[in-house]
Design a binder for this molecule. Structure first.
Ligand SMILES: *Cc1c(COP(=O)(O)O)cnc(C)c1O
Length: 252
C-alpha cells in the first residue's frame, strides 16, 4: 500500500541511522503536544520531559541524548544499572520510576538522580543509608525523592503507591533523612479512570503537602495517553515512553 511506503524507506538522519530519524519524529510530535497543552493551560513554563526507555536498548538512550533528551526513566534496577553503566559517558539523568525493593537501594544510589516511586518508610530508610554511603565514596549529590501516591478508589485498578493519608508521614521521614531531598509527588492514573479527575485530586494532595513542605513543588504525572490532562493540572514532570519509543517488546 502506497500510504505505508514511507515506513520502508531508509530515511537518514545526520548520523545515518533510521532509528534516530524515527525517534526524532516521534519526539518532535510529543514535544509539540506538550507545547500545545502548556499553551492551552495558559502556563508559562513547560514541564520537564522524562523519556521512559524501559525495555528499549541502551543504544536508544544514546540516540535520544543526541537529540537533546536530558532525562530518562527506568522501572527495573537491573536494566537501569546495566544501561547507565554502558552509557557512563553520556550526559543524561536517570530517574527510577518503578517499584523499588529495599535491597536494590544500594544499586539505585549509584546511578539515579531521582526516585519517583517512594511508597513506604522502609524504602526511605534504605535509600538514606545507600545515598550516605555513595556520598562518602563518590561525593554524589542529594537524591531527589518523589512520593508515589495511589489514586485508586478501586483496588482492582491498583497501580502502586502510598495512600494519600500516608503522604505526610513519608514526607517527614524523607525531609529528616540526610542526602534525600523531598521533591514532591508522583502518580499513575488508574486504568480506566478519568485523567482530569485523577490529576485534579493529585493537585489537591500536592497543595496540602506544600503547606507543610513548601519546597516540595514537584508533580510527576502524565504518560503517553494522558499528558494533556497532567499539564492542565500542573504537572512539573512528564514520563513519556511508548509515544516516543514505540510499543515495548513483550517480555517473559
Ligand atoms: C512505563 C511507565 C511510564 C510511561 O508510560 P507510556 O504509556 O509508555 O508513556 C510512565 N510512568 C511509569 C511509572 C511507567 O512505569
Amino acid at each position: 500500500m502506497s500510504s505505508l511506503g514511507h515506513d520502508n524507506e531508509q530515511r537518514q538522519s545526520p548520523d545515518g541511522d533510521a532509528r534516530t530519524a524515527e525517534l526524532a519524529d516521534r519526539l518532535g510530535l510529543v514535544r509539540r503536544r506538550i507545547e500545545g497543552a502548556v499553551h492551552a493551560a495558559g502556563r508559562t513554563e513547560s514541564p520537564r520531559l522524562i523519556v521512559v526507555t524501559k525495555f528499549h536498548p541502551a543504544a536508544d538512550v544514546r540516540r535520544l541524548a543526541a537529540l537533546g533528551v536530558t532525562d530518562v526513566g527506568e522501572n527495573r534496577d537491573q536494566e537501569a544499572a546495566s544501561k547507565s553503566l554502558e552509557l557512563a559517558g553520556v550526559d543524561v539523568k536517570w530517574h527510577f520510576i518503578g517499584q523499588l525493593q529495599s535491597n536494590k537501594a544500594k544499586s539505585v544510589a549509584k546511578y539515579a538522580a531521582s526516585v519517583q516511586s517512594i511508597d513506604r518508610p522502609q524504602v526511605v530508610e534504605a535509600l538514606a543509608k545507600a545515598i550516605a554511603r555513595e556520598k562518602d565514596a563518590t561525593g554524589r549529590s542529594d537524591l531527589d525523592c518523589f512520593i508515589q501516591v495511589s489514586l485508586d478508589d478501586d483496588a482492582g485498578a491498583h497501580r502502586g503507591g502510598a495512600s494519600p493519608s500516608d503522604v505526610e508521614v513519608l514526607a517527614g521521614k524523607i525531609e529528616s533523612a540526610g542526602g534525600l531531598r523531598l521533591s514532591g509527588l508522583m502518580a499513575v492514573a488508574p486504568l480506566g479512570a478519568d485523567p482530569d479527575a485523577v490529576f485534579e485530586k493529585l493537585t489537591g494532595i500536592s497543595e496540602a503537602l506544600r503547606a507543610v513542605h513548601p519546597a516540595a513543588t514537584g508533580i510527576s504525572a502524565g504518560m503517553s495517553q494522558d499528558l494533556e490532562a497532567a499539564v492542565k493540572f500542573g504537572a512539573t514532570h512528564l514520563r513519556i515512553g511508548s509515544d516516543i519509543l514505540g510499543s515495548r517488546p513483550a517480555v517473559g
